[in-house]
Design a binder for this molecule. Structure first.
Ligand SMILES: C[S@@+](CC[C@H](N)C(=O)[O-])C[C@H]1O[C@@H](n2cnc3c(N)ncnc32)[C@H](O)[C@@H]1O
Length: 265
């Protein structure tokens, strides 16, 4: 399984870093103040970079994730075993492991696009506390001209040519929020929790996809994956003067929230 295999290197490879994680938890704390009567549920909690800082918010927390190895890394953050939060290994494409109407905050960082959208909508409706629940999605935003954006776009084009579906956080979030607005949801203003500069060479994107199973949420067998990445490398040669030359760009972490409605339409 993709994330089991990369659990030990995940934070180094794509982690947000302690500063962004703690600032995000702080911003989340402010955002969710009016929604603190129920459980805080994190979907796709991963290695707990942000989750670690969410334990003092005063709202009971439960984290779920498909990958038991990602959750193992999460648990290791706590020196005191009694402080380890409730973490459940489960496929969130199945019913989420809580009774109805108990959750006031649903949070997911860089994970919800792995799930079936209609299922997410129905689980949000089932579990949320009517009239007082919020869904918050977190993600890293990059400028259109950044090396990572361009490499990801080119990779998606190739994946599309090979018949794979795009699993992008941004397009998923837009479609999900549209569905939730139809059910009476009210989108809140985005909150940028942190900004930083990165220096990234095109070849680093390719190398980073080579070392994990699959690409961008798609399970792809290794021979085909290498073919796709070789093709990507060829395309990149036309787009960048030197694939080994790092180029600087700004990245930011953004929270997008929607207060959930109660319409059953
Ligand atoms: C890109 S990681 C994000 C981890 C963490 N939230 C973060 O921002 O660092 C995506 C996470 O979603 C989890 N995930 C993927 N598919 C899932 C599913 N069907 N059910 C539950 N979790 C899933 C993965 O195991 C992984 O931990």
């Amino acid at each position: 399984m993709q994330f089991d295999q990369q659990a030990d290197i995940y934070d180094k490879r794509t982690g947000l870093g302690e500063q962004t994680a703690s600032k995000t938890a702080q911003a989340l704390g402010n955002l969710i103040k009016p929604f603190s009567d129920g459980i805080f549920m994190e979907i796709g909690a991963g290695t707990g970079e942000i989750g670690f800082f969410l334990q003092d918010l005063g709202t009971p927390y439960i984290g779920i994730d498909l990958s038991s190895r990602m959750l193992d890394v999460y648990r290791k953050r706590f020196t005191n075993p009694n402080s380890i939060p409730t973490l459940i290994q489960t496929d969130a494409n199945n019913p989420w492991p809580l009774d109805d109407n108990l959750v006031s905050v649903f949070f997911s960082s860089r994970a919800l696009h792995h799930l079936k959208r209609e299922h997410v909508v129905s689980e949000l409706a089932r579990l949320s506390i009517p009239h007082n629940s919020i869904l918050v999605l977190g993600h890293v935003k990059r400028n259109k001209t950044s090396v990572k954006t361009i490499m990801r776009q080119e990779m998606h084009k190739i994946l599309h040519d090979y018949g794979f579906q795009e699993k992008s956080g941004q397009s998923n979030r837009k479609k999900l929020f549209e569905l939730l607005e139809k059910k009476g949801g009210k989108v809140l203003d985005p909150v940028i929790t942190s900004r930083w500069k990165v220096s990234h060479a095109p070849i680093e994107s390719i190398n980073s996809w080579r070392v994990v199973d699959g690409i961008a949420g798609n399970e792809i067998e290794p021979t085909l994956k290498n073919k796709i990445l070789d093709e990507l490398e060829n395309r990149a040669l036309y787009l960048f003067p030197d694939l080994n030359q790092p180029l600087e760009a700004e990245e930011r972490y953004e929270l997008n929230a929607i207060k959930l409605g109660t319409s059953t339409e």
